[in-house]
Design a protein around this ligand. Sequence first.
Ligand code: SAM
Length: 251
Amino acid sequence: MIVDVITIFPEMFESPMRASILGNARMKGVLELRVHDLRDWTHDRHRTTDDVPYGGGPGMVMKPEPLFAAIESIQSMPGPRGTVVILTPAGAPFSQTVAGDLASRERLILVCGRYEGIDERVFSLADLELSIGDFVLTGGELPAMVVIDAVTRLLPGVLGDDESSVEESFTQGLLEYPHYTRPASFRGMVVPDVLRSGDHQRIAAWRREQALAKTAARRPDLLLQADLAPDERLRYAHLFDPQPTANRGNE
Ligand code: SAM
């Protein structure tokens, strides 16, 4: 997959995008990351990318001309045209499902905002607007890295074992079951016997039950949409069935 990033802080990507699994994915050629400095598409002496907002108010707004020029020139480079993704707090929530969808694209063009945000006209070039959560960061660089990380680890051949992303949180609509490693007993906390039983069927059943219980306790909203067996749905029926309306007498 090719990922182009447009930013005024290309240096922010250097270390995080070189380490560990992402670094390996790049070395293997599974991920081709190209970080572009938006200032390369400016034409004035100060390489200006922002200007004051029409209508007044605080802060600066990212100018449309360099962004249009950058996106269009990257799209005209050899290879697939690319899916243009603008990172913005007003975007659709980024999720594991969206990551899976993006992982099937051949090329992504990620646009990082700064200041008060991006001139509204630039959004006419976006195929997708994404938010990584209901909070405001100083720029789109960290959100872009979050997207790149979540998408890259879903690309075939990136994780050591292609199965290892299959059972993770969100993948099956549930939070993941707990993990343990050695020692079997640590500070009085003991690894559940079933995990040491060698009985794979019991282990799978225990993990499923743990995932269901954790999701019900922490994210019941996820459970309502998860793919549950009829007996599981019955066990968590209290989450599905609205409370019977109390008898309000003669209203
Ligand atoms: N004034 C904007 C607003 O209220 O929505 C916030 C602008 S923010 C300070 C600057 C840039 O950071 C945005 O253009 C966007 O690219 C990025 N950004 C900040 N928070 C984000 C989030 N939760 N998800 C995605 N991008 C975000």
